[in-house]
Design a protein around this ligand. Structure first.
Ligand SMILES: Nc1nc2c(ncn2[C@@H]2O[C@H](COP(=O)(O)OP(=O)(O)OP(=O)(O)O)[C@@H](O)[C@H]2O)c(=O)[nH]1
Length: 338
């Protein structure tokens, strides 16, 4: 799936301009409204009223003045009070200054926002009057997924899916998942832009996904890979397990037995770590070293994978053992629509 921003004059379902999809129509998902806030200090209350309904802010800084100006500090304070977390800083009027002045001011801006809610926000040099870089601003960036590659190669322009994707419960309480389909638009390791990425280290995967999907760690523990290559999505696992004799890292006095790990009990709740996914699980059956575990959230994994088992002991999740997936119940995943 890909996303594009158009002015409100555009038809609701324009034709897609991605090569290969020219005959597909796009679907209108969201309207974005811009509210102009007065910069002058006597109009601060008006600015605050406006900020109360906003999801994000563009903070304009004039490039031909020193930074910070008193009103800029005040506006940034308002952004903090209103807890706006999506901020883009625009260094405007760059047409009026030399490049070295712009670079010096960029550094001053970085110093100014350090430790504030705007720390790490992109600073884009623009000229509103000459429309310089306005296209960069208008290009809504897709979501970025971060993680490590377990096997294979990821390439720019590759079509990918994320599993389990969007998980919902239907009216009867049954879990349903819909994988997210997308395309890789960029790959990063540290600050380096890559054309392809291989296992080892942390990779940032820029995608065409709606950024609200990747925000606030919503996709943590999900698995990303080439369309059609990912393992199944499980809602129940059958594992053969091994329990530790004692809890690790717990001090026990004398011959006290507090630290002993007791057997798994039917209906007890455990926490499982499977790959990078943590999920709760209810023990539905135990026989010798085999246990059936009903998962609180579905997990994309495969038979043979190792899992860590934790139990809540005195308000903390403590490692009590590990296991290996033998079998399980999988969800029917709807086929890729493309
Ligand atoms: N040279 C140059 N002038 C600009 C640019 N952007 C805005 N201006 C000028 O700056 C002046 C102020 O612009 P406004 O858009 O009224 O600024 P504002 O921040 O909305 O001002 P308030 O409404 O008082 O908050 C105008 O004369 C604009 O023409 C730019 O990129 N380059």
């Amino acid at each position: 799936m890909c996303y594009k921003a158009y002015g409100s004059g555009k038809e609701d379902s324009p034709l897609c301009d991605v090569p290969g999809f020219e005959n597909c129509r796009m679907k209108l998902l969201r309207h974005v409204s811009f509210v102009d806030c007065p910069g002058h200090d006597i109009l601060m209350a008006t600015m605050l009223n406006g900020a109360a309904i906003m999801d994000g802010a563009l903070l304009l800084i004039a490039a031909n003045e020193s930074c910070p100006q008193p009103q800029t500090s005040e506006h940034l304070a308002a952004v903090e009070i209103m807890r706006l977390q999506h901020i883009i800083i625009l260094q405007n009027k760059v047409d009026l200054i030399q490049e070295n002045v712009a670079i010096n001011q960029h550094e001053a801006i970085q110093k100014f926002i350090q430790g504030t809610v705007a720390d790490g926000a992109p600073v884009i040099p623009v000229s509103a009057q000459l429309k310089y870089n306005i296209d960069v601003l208008m290009r809504i960036r897709g979501g970025v997924a971060g993680g490590s590659i377990l096997k294979g190669v990821l390439k720019v322009n590759q079509f990918i899916e994320v599993r389990p994707g969007i998980v919902v419960k239907d009216e009867s309480g049954n879990i349903k998942c819909t994988p997210i389909y997308s395309r890789i638009v960029s790959l990063f390791a540290e600050q380096n832009e890559l054309q392809f990425a291989v296992p080892g280290g942390l990779i940032g995967v820029g995608t065409t996904m709606d950024p609200t999907l990747t925000r606030a760690d919503r996709l943590v523990g999900q698995v990303l890979g080439e369309v059609g290559s990912l393992p199944e999505v499980f809602v129940e696992l059958e594992v053969n397990f091994f329990l530790l004799r004692r809890l690790l890292g717990v001090r026990t006095k004398g011959t006290e037995r507090q630290g002993k790990v007791t057997k798994l009990a039917k209906a007890e709740i455990l926490m499982l770590n499977i790959g990078s996914m943590s999920t709760g699980a209810r023990v539905v059956a135990v026989k010798n070293d085999l246990a059936k575990l009903q998962l609180t959230s579905p997990v994309c994994t495969s038979k043979g994978e190792k899992i860590a088992l934790s139990r809540r002991v005195e308000k903390h999740w403590r490692l009590i053992g590990w296991g290996q997936i033998q079998a399980g119940i999988t969800l029917d995943v709807p086929p890729c629509p493309i």
